[in-house]
Design a protein around this ligand. Structure first.
Ligand code: PLP
Length: 394
């Protein structure tokens, strides 16, 4: 019934699986038939402190009873508090602008870079370099910022000024008088869970700084402790000029942030958002950060990462016919599968066993579990994954 309504009234832009989830708890979700699933996706890296997290639910309910929205024409106290918390925990000297999604945060980053490159109202420097296998969003300009050629069909004309580098090494030769910014993910998520090399990233950051070209890091997927530190930029020990955040920050409430070292780049009227950073989402996100900081400081997060990693590695040695290698960082992990067909079979088999997993790139089995996943949930998830692997006939 619901499937029919969905098909009749929702545009068909997703290849949906028609399971009907009705509730979740921690890293488990339940469908309308009472079937339980272990969630190794956290809704594509969003539900970082688990489904129906009591502290986040409490914050949302409390705020909803007081005030949800007033617009950015007035002070929004939880927004200010969240910005202070994000900036102080990051260790970077920055200010924040609140948006509603990852793509929108990246739009903000693009506007900051373009304004930085403008002199006396002229776009003196406007070029933004991104990587071939990147993913930066679905709006017209973030699609164009996304380097994957296959994403550029249908929707042109696109805004000018985006150029693509094969990899980090190719960037230095591409810098010219019109280049204002380089935008990268430190671990490409959609591109296949591919971490960049730390030393290369540090060299690039130094080179860009010496040429007064901005370094923007898209931390929409890597941010909020996903790689083990608040930001992957912290892990890579670099100081970006711009950082964008979204997915894991709100545990499911829609929130995006662009943070920048260029603290005075915007004047009133330069950028805006009706919903961005309202009471509801910023109260929820503040709670998420508090939970995760305490979890990190207690050693719990590092322990969870080690535990997950150790279990995942077994699949590389046990199934060499299916798995090429293990990739990723922190709780952003993947197994490179030997073919796209095998990958599809694995995802389907896992679902049949009651385990949610993701695909990335052409042939990567991707894992983005809630960061607070328990050892029992990890164990159970891998028991189910084992069954999904065992059912494959190579
Ligand atoms: C998911 C993602 C985006 C887009 O975020 P939306 O909230 O879907 O707009 C942008 N960049 C990266 C790296 C992402 O993983």
């Amino acid at each position: 019934m619901s499937e029919e309504i969905d098909k009749n009234f929702i545009l068909h832009s997703y290849a949906r699986n028609y399971v009907n989830f009705v509730r979740g708890e921690g890293a488990r979700v339940f469908d309308d038939q009472g079937q339980e699933y272990i969630d190794f996706t956290s809704g594509i890296g969003v539900v970082s402190v688990g489904h129906a997290n009591p502290r986040v639910t409490e914050a949302i309910c409390d705020q909803a009873q007081k005030i949800i929205h007033i617009s950015n024409l007035y002070l929004i106290e939880p927004q200010a508090k969240l910005a202070k918390s994000l900036v102080e925990k990051s260790g970077y000297d920055m200010r924040c602008f609140f948006a509603n999604s990852g793509a929108e945060a990246n739009e903000g980053a693009i506007k900051i870079a373009r304004k930085y490159g403008e002199v006396d109202g002229e776009p003196k420097r406007y070029k933004i370099i991104t990587l071939k296998h990147s993913f930066h969003g679905r709006t017209i300009s973030t699609l164009k910022a996304t380097g994957q050629e296959k994403m550029h069909h249908w929707f042109g004309p696109y805004p000018d000024g985006f150029v693509y580098a094969e990899d980090l090494d190719a960037i230095s030769d591409m810098l010219d008088d019109h280049t204002v910014c380089v935008l990268i993910e430190l671990v490409q998520g959609e591109g296949g869970v591919a971490p960049q090399d730390k030393k290369r990233v540090q060299e690039l950051a130094a080179l860009l700084r010496s040429k007064d070209i901005l370094l923007a890091v898209d931390e929409v997927q890597t941010g909020i402790y996903r790689t083990g530190e608040l930001f992957a930029s912290n892990l890579y020990e670099i100081e970006p000029d711009i950082i964008t955040v979204a997915k894991g920050l709100g545990n499911g409430v829609p929130i995006g942030v662009v943070m920048t070292r260029l603290k005075d780049i915007f004047q009133p009227g330069d950028h805006g958002s009706t919903f961005g950073g309202n009471y509801l989402v910023t109260r929820a996100a503040y709670e998420v950060l508090e939970i995760l900081e305490a979890y990190k400081n207690s050693g719990g997060l590092d322990e969870a990462i080690l535990f997950f990693e150790e279990r995942l590695r077994r699949f590389v040695t046990e199934y060499p016919d299916i798995v090429e290698k293990e990739v990723g960082l922190g709780l952003m992990r993947g197994l490179r599968i030997r073919s796209a067909e095998l990958l599809t079979q694995l995802v389907d088999n896992a679902f049949g066993e009651g385990l949610l997993v993701l695909k990335a790139g052409r042939n990567t089995l991707r894992f983005l579990p809630p960061l607070t996943i328990s050892k029992a949930e990890v164990e159970e998830g891998f028991v189910r994954l084992e069954k999904a692997f065992a059912a494959i006939k190579v």
